[in-house]
Design a protein around this ligand. Structure first.
Ligand code: F6R
Length: 366
């Protein structure tokens, strides 16, 4: 059942080259080099009318939604708010018919996300669901559905569902951009080409899993960890931090690197372990200066960067390089080492990786 892997989580991490291909399958028209969304039902005329998007989800799916915000704003020029479902549904959000609400849920059964969907519809917003489970409550009630096709996810800690949700956002963002003509043809083609490379690039990262296992062994006795980044890297930091805490039980915090000096820097002391993501060229210099600040206070830093960026080496203690890609797509690659860090740390600690304490796979109560 686990295909020879020790845990479902590791199996699912290794399934990502395939699950990513499955999410993209049939949605990229290779001949025309454009996105085809034949099964979506959201017609170009309706897309053109969308003036604002709410993205609503919980946990890991919320972190995917944070990437979705960058994608919609940068590609389709539509302003986006992202919210956790349990906040969104009780804060009386403002709706109009020119809004689209996007809910993201692996299981399609999360109580707060389902309630947010209903709240949006009651207020006249159409709802698009990104979900992994065909026939789930959320899939049935949404106006439009993108099924991620990642296959069943058994481990409580979500891995392949997350990367497929992020891919779904790229597909949607590109589709909207295509319809609204907010993206030049050559830029769209470059992105599509880079997307099709991602599964092989994930495969390549997975062949270096042993190096990550060694890193995990070195942090297993830590009482706290930090993940820092800016922009998309901050969104991925949040996901890396959640992964680590939910199965290793090490207290971990993700921070927008520019916010460090507004408080968190006080927690950095000799030997504090930090994972710093820097995949966004335009933010790289700023990251280097944040890393320099924490290193001056004794932090031990693992940098995660694209392999075409060699400058990071000088400022960190250790570096994990991932294959070069389009900056918007970097989260799909940079999250893989973070998933592996979480997995191997939990294994080193002897924890029940697939069924962490206190957590359920599908949260159908509030
Ligand atoms: C974390 C994790 C949870 C889920 C969250 C939402 O690894 O799996 O944070 O992402 O409970 O679940 P779904 O996506 O089923 O709505």
């Amino acid at each position: 059942e686990k295909d020879g892997f020790d845990h479902y989580m590791l199996k699912e991490i290794h399934e990502q080259p395939r699950s990513l291909r499955n999410t993209m399958a049939g949605r990229i028209d290779e001949a025309k080099r454009e996105i085809a969304m034949p099964d979506l039902g959201l017609l170009p005329e309706a897309v053109k009318e969308i003036e604002k998007i709410y993205i609503v989800a919980c946990g890991t799916a919320y972190h995917a939604g944070m990437i979705g915000k960058h994608v919609f704003e940068s590609l389709a020029h539509i302003p986006v708010e992202v919210d956790v479902a349990s906040e969104f549904r009780y804060r009386n959000p403002l709706f109009s018919q020119k809004m689209l609400t996007v809910v993201v849920s692996q299981s399609g059964e999360t109580a707060d996300t389902l309630a947010a969907l209903r709240e949006a519809q009651r207020n006249g917003s159409r709802v698009l669901a990104i979900t992994n489970v065909v026939g789930s409550s959320i899939a049935r009630e949404a106006d439009y559905v993108i099924t991620t096709n990642a296959g069943p996810e058994i481990a409580v800690a979500s891995t392949k569902a997350y990367t497929s949700q992020v891919i779904a956002f790229y597909l949607l963002g590109l589709y909207f951009a295509q319809v609204k003509q907010t993206i030049a043809a050559n830029e769209r083609e470059a992105l599509l080409h880079a997307m099709t490379q991602l599964p092989d690039q994930v495969e390549k990262i997975l062949t270096h899993a042993d190096e990550i296992r060694a890193y995990a062994a070195s942090i297993k006795d830590e009482s706290q960890m930090f993940f820092i980044g800016r922009g998309l890297d901050y969104a991925v930091s949040l996901e890396g931090s959640l992964k680590l805490k939910e199965i290793s039980y090490i207290h971990s915090e993700a921070y927008a690197a520019g916010e460090l000096k507004h408080g968190t820097l006080a927690l950095i002391e000799e030997g504090t372990r930090v994972v710093a993501l820097s995949t966004q060229a335009h933010l790289h210099e700023k990251m280097v200066s944040n890393i320099t600040e924490i290193k001056a206070r004794g932090a031990v830093v693992l940098g995660i960067a694209l392999e075409d960026n060699m400058e990071l080496h000088r400022s960190v203690d250790d570096v994990c390089l991932i294959p070069a890609t389009h900056p918007l797509l970097a989260p799909i690659l940079s999250v893989i080492p973070l998933q592996l860090i979480s997995y191997y740390t939990a294994v080193a600690l002897g924890n029940d990786v697939d069924r962490p304490r206190n957590l359920a796979k599908s949260v159908t109560v509030e």
